[in-house]
Design a protein around this ligand. Structure first.
Ligand code: AMP
Ligand code: MN
Ligand code: MN
Ligand code: MN
Length: 285
């Protein structure tokens, strides 16, 4: 398969912190010309059957997906899994365990916001969570906008919910080794999501890529809604240097909040192995 393919292998539904249903996302991807799609909800595969059924009815080739939260060197990093068996018991158990701490964390976030004078944030955020097991910072951000504390969710993440700001609660997610192992042993490919987002030093980034490879990780997002054009070039070079395949995904969450629509990214740069070449036998259609 060519690298010139409108693949969109990263987006979120109401099953995590997106605002559209899996069916609405499938329709939007199809309408936007997406040729290979994956729904990658945070720490959750509850939307996979619906996404696959909707994709099938549209004739849209589909890969299973999830975006797993991990802690690496004291930072939160995201690992996308593609093409794994959604029925795999170890993967299901690992995701359940990763989701497990979110309720308690949300209560602590709410207490931290209350200490800064913002009350009722837990209840407010929960209203936005389509899946109560998957309450996330995005749902708090939507509530803070609703409450008139910020104008838009991007502003929330500048003033609240991030390290050193009210509402931030450090959290220990899965390990890099576990996430990569769950994905690989379920027949999928592990992908480092949006590497430019972590603010790593070159040394930390090198450690992430090296350890990811050691544990069996095989790809990195090069073209994503979170990267600039210069970052496409940088991570294309790193993919070649580390012998990783390249992925492409909008990270679309919502028509109102996301800058990059489904299927609206540039194609992968040349001289890279597209991740879908590694997954040819895992594509469902
Ligand atoms: P959580 O998994 O609960 O920590 O929430 C992480 C989610 O918050 C991400 O997947 C994004 O959807 C959202 N998020 C994090 N940082 C930002 C940001 N700077 N701007 C907008 N959304 C963000
Ligand atoms: Mn998100
Ligand atoms: Mn992410
Ligand atoms: Mn994402």
């Amino acid at each position: 398969m060519s690298s010139i393919l409108n693949a969109d292998l990263h987006c979120h539904s109401v099953v995590s912190d997106g605002t559209l249903t899996p069916e609405a996302l499938a329709a939007r991807a199809h309408a936007n010309g997406v040729e290979l799609w994956a729904l990658t909800d945070h720490d959750e595969i509850g939307g996979q059957q619906r996404a696959l059924a909707a994709a099938r009815s549209l004739g849209l080739p589909y890969l299973t997906g999830a975006e797993i939260s991990i802690t690496f060197a004291g930072h939160t990093v995201h690992i996308v899994g593609l093409g794994f068996d959604a029925e795999d018991p170890r993967m299901q158990q690992g995701l359940r365990q990763t989701r497990g701490g979110r309720g308690e964390r949300a209560r602590e976030m709410s207490a931290s916001l209350a200490a800064a004078g913002i009350h009722g944030a837990y209840e407010g955020a929960l209203k936005y969570a389509g899946n109560p097991e998957l309450i996330s910072r995005t749902h708090f951000a939507r509530y803070l906008v609703e409450a008139g504390i910020c104008r838009e969710t991007n502003e929330v993440f500048r003033k609240y919910l991030t390290e050193g700001k009210p509402g931030f609660v450090p959290h220990r997610w899965a390990t890099l080794r576990d996430a990569v192992t769950w994905i690989s042993e379920a027949g999928g490919v592990a992908v480092i999501a949006h590497p430019a987002r972590y603010g790593f030093t070159p040394t930390e980034e090198y450690a992430l890529f090296s350890e990811f490879k050691t544990h069996g990780g095989r790809a990195v997002e090069v073209v994503t809604g979170s990267h600039s054009a210069a970052e496409y070039v940088k991570y294309a070079e790193m993919a070649r240097e580390f012998g990783l395949a390249a992925s492409r995904g909008s990270d679309f969450h919502s028509p109102d909040e996301s800058h990059t629509d489904l299927g609206a990214l540039p194609f992968l740069p040349g001289q890279l192995t597209p991740v879908w070449e590694l997954l040819a036998d895992r594509i469902q259609q």
